[in-house]
Design a protein around this ligand. Sequence first.
Ligand code: KIV
Ligand code: ZN
Length: 385
Amino acid sequence: MTRIKIFDTTLRDGEQSPGVNLNQLEKLELAKQLERLGVDVMEAGFPASSKGDFDAVKNIAETVKNVSVTGLARAVKSDIDACYEALKNAESPRLHVFIATSPIHMEYKLKKTPDEVIETAVKMVEYGKTKFDQIEWSAEDASRTDLEFLAKIIEKVIDAGATVINLPDTVGYTMPREYGAMFKYIKENVPNIDKVDLSCHCHDDLGMALANSFAAIENGATQVEGTINGIGERAGNASLEEFAVALNIRSDYYPYYSNMVLKEIKRSSDMVSKFTGMVVPGNKAVVGRNAFAHESGIHQDGVLKNASTYEIITPELVGIHSNNLVLGKHSGRHAFKDKINQLGYQLPEEKLKEAFVAFKLLTDRKKEVTDDDLFAILTDIQTDV
Ligand code: KIV
Ligand code: ZN
């Protein structure tokens, strides 16, 4: 079995979802949850984009320990410097530097010739290497790039020190067979490609992000990028919870596995939805409200006889507990603690006491305390830090 590394970009590409703007505290809480979820790499943000994002990336890099933390940089020195300053105290820092390689992007956006793009890419990887051991290099719009040119530039950035090569389907244009063929071509035509991780990064404009991610691993990708709930630029990115659950459920079919802690999925999904304000559609695979609901009489009858008739994933696998606790004025500290752990928070004893007092005060005014109420209490408590 081959391990597929999970690269989460909820805090960077996910935050690029229209209308989404996470504050520092929200990013930090999400980062801690992503660590519990067991992702291998988290892209905490784009440090050069704003002071707020720089601070958020730095804060995350200094807090999470069991995961590699990366930040995005354009192929310019000032972006790489900002990444270095934000990430230098991380346990396992990674630079993620990108440049566009498709004819459309090179001509209209970068206004550079292909040779100039190669020169810039190589120089910036060499520069990054003076500050980082791990360098992920992305060929933006790789899926609309001439394959011979793509192979040539990849060979050169590997020689310059890149340790991960990412080939994004930036505009979600490619079909699975086509995307897989690109990976196969690169595997077969780039010397030293086996010395680096090959990564896919798929957008969902035509609804192909998940299928394309599978096509990539079938053809040599060892890292899959995506976001929780599939949020992201335009129609979003590949949904990491769908990817990891599909790998797990179909281990009879695929010789691959990931280290994602599946029972942390529901909690991660709820947190992302709360903090971004992006409601998860009811029919969304794995985490949608209806993903485990059975409506038709025939299905209900089958499930009652044996759940596996219509249920290929158990709710417990992804951390959905059927005995949902309802909190009110009679609830004690134990149930309260249980519930906030379910929501993804692990508070030190002092903070827990403070949150419990705020909760009790609220129960005098409200019959039933909802998850939203709890999130509000927890956000207040955390802001006090
Ligand atoms: O979609 C994309 O091409 C990206 C790159 C910056 C990796 O998000
Ligand atoms: Zn992207």
